[in-house]
Design a protein around this ligand. Structure first.
Ligand code: HEM
Length: 475
């Protein structure tokens, strides 16, 4: 009796019991019931309320790869109360995204998506209905027409070649100017200007404000965007964080506001000189489509058509800049690879040219987010961390080995596969070919180049301020 009296008198114990009961009932109520005969994919034990948020850490791709070794290619975690299915391994990812493409074509309805392109983005949007299909088709056609197809009035074989040749040659001069001034440079800020001018010219033709300070300050702060749109952003899973001071979210909103404002202004200015008889860029093609679409099948609102240009512009500068910047860093750490490329370029002084991972119908409750972890496919390669581009060549080194190169999924797979893959590959190739044709890249002797990426929508290379570029031919 005395014991019970003592216990009942302890306020801390009462409080602890009350909290425990509330948490227990909330967690129980939130937990999705698995229908009879089905099983949830396996996964580690997670904390109530926060789930596996802490497990993800700063490098979720690495933490999830580690978990997949323990739990297999299809595993389930929770971020907050949202179940997330994690797919690993080449076969499982292909099975889901290609063979079961319709089941996996969706995007989650995330809070952060509302700020991108005023919530009208084609990329960051849960819509997968007929409007999404029509917009994606329209974006693909516009992109193809103004990158791959040729303009009979130009000397180059296609628009992309025209824009890249011009910008890559400017970039060579910018690198050389920095070398003359201080003897070294930081590449990313210079590369991003040139790559932005390429996608800007494709989207807006002559109307793109190439030297605008406003535009340059936006594209140079793209980390405010990519670090927040990455998978596992806490603000998307814990609504309370939306109301607390959150400097990263503030920067993200600011970035999106400035980005949309800049593009809206550019689109409006472009509309002033729009002429049906002269369609020479993506935005004009989209204007034309809005005029012609009144009687066509799926009705897409005007803003949703013109906003496609935001997606193409946004997707076209950061990704390609990141690819070129990584290439330069890797080439200075592997001079033998650079030498091989130089040897190939030296001869030309002109510019060129139903079961998922063994889980029978796993139960995926609604809303379940799912995503592939591409870093989990490393076991496909003997030495995944070695920069050895020749691994993708056929035995006689004369062509690309298609089977091997298809194992790299940097452009995604299935229904959401990147629509910019072909122009992006050409753009990166042409930029690097022109840069490496003219210049040899290095870092001062003894300087160790850090190759640790920063996690985000694109894995950014670390800042290297000591890159050097030397002319290969005397003037
Ligand atoms: C090296 C450069 C690039 C890389 C690595 C890349 C990679 C990707 C990836 C991984 C996706 C998502 C696929 C998925 O969700 O499964 C994607 C989507 C997309 N990319 Fe790219 N991309 C690049 C360049 C470009 C360029 C130059 C453009 C256009 C100018 C572009 C336009 C798009 C669009 C519109 C989507 C969204 C497709 C959709 O949601 O249906 N990308 N890209």
């Amino acid at each position: 009796m005395a014991l019970f009296q003592d216990i009942s008198l302890t306020p801390e114990l009462l409080l602890a019991t009350a909290i425990f009961s509330i948490v227990f009932y909330v967690v129980k109520a939130l937990r999705t019931r698995v229908p009879k005969g089905l099983k949830s994919p396996p996964g580690p034990w997670g904390w109530p309320i926060i789930g596996h948020m802490l497990t993800l850490g700063k490098n979720p791709h690495l933490s999830l790869t580690k978990l997949s070794k323990q739990y297999g290619d299809v595993l389930q975690i929770r971020i907050g109360s949202t179940p997330v299915v994690v797919l690993s391994g080449l076969d499982t990812i292909r099975q889901a995204l290609v063979k079961q493409g319709d089941d996996f074509k969706g995007r989650p309805d995330l809070y952060s998506f509302r700020f991108i392109t005023d919530g009208q983005s084609l990329i960051f949007n849960p819509d997968t209905g007929p409007v999404w299909v029509a917009r994606r088709r329209l974006a693909m056609d516009a992109l193809k027409s103004f990158s791959i197809a040729s303009d009979p009035n130009l000397l180059s074989s296609c628009y992309l070649e025209e824009h890249v040749s011009k910008e890559a040659n400017h970039l060579v001069s910018k690198f050389q100017k920095q070398m003359e001034k201080v003897g070294h440079f930081e590449p990313v800020n210079l590369v991003v200007e040139s790559v932005t001018n390429v996608i800007g010219a494709m989207c807006f033709g002559k109307n793109f404000p190439r030297k605008s300070e406003e535009m340059l300050s936006i594209v140079k702060s793209s980390e405010d965007f990519v670090e927040n749109v990455s998978s596992g952003n806490a603000v998307d899973f814990f609504p309370i964080l939306r109301y607390l001071p959150n400097p990263a979210l503030k920067k993200f909103k600011n970035f999106n506001d400035k980005f949309v404002l800049f593009l809206q202004k550019t689109v409006q200015e472009h509309y002033q000189d729009f002429s049906k008889n002269s369609i020479q860029d993506i935005t004009s093609a989209l204007f034309m489509h809005t005029e012609n679409s009144k009687d066509s099948g799926v009705q897409i609102p005007y803003e949703k058509i013109v906003n496609i240009v935001n997606d193409l512009f946004g997707a076209g500068f950061d990704t390609v800049t990141t690819a070129i910047s990584w290439s330069l860093l890797l080439l200075v750490t592997r001079p033998n690879v650079q030498r091989k490329i130089h040897r190939e370029l030296v001869f030309s002084n002109t510019v060129f040219s139903q079961k998922l991972g063994g889980h029978s119908s796993p139960f995926l409750p609604e809303p379940t987010h799912s995503g592939p972890v591409c870093s989990s496919c490393r076991k496909q390669w003997e030495d995944p961390f070695e920069f050895r581009p020749e691994r993708f060549l056929t035995d006689d080194s004369t062509a690309i080995n298609k089977t091997l190169s298809e194992k790299v999924m940097i452009f995604g797979l299935g229904k959401r596969r990147c629509i910019g893959e072909t122009p992006a590959k050409w753009e990166v190739f042409l930029f690097l070919a022109i840069l490496l044709h003219q210049l040899e890249f290095s870092v001062p002797p003894g300087l160790k180049v850090d190759l640790t990426p920063t996690y985000g929508l694109t894995m950014k290379p670390p800042i290297c301020k000591h890159l050097q570029a030397w002319p290969r031919f005397s003037k």
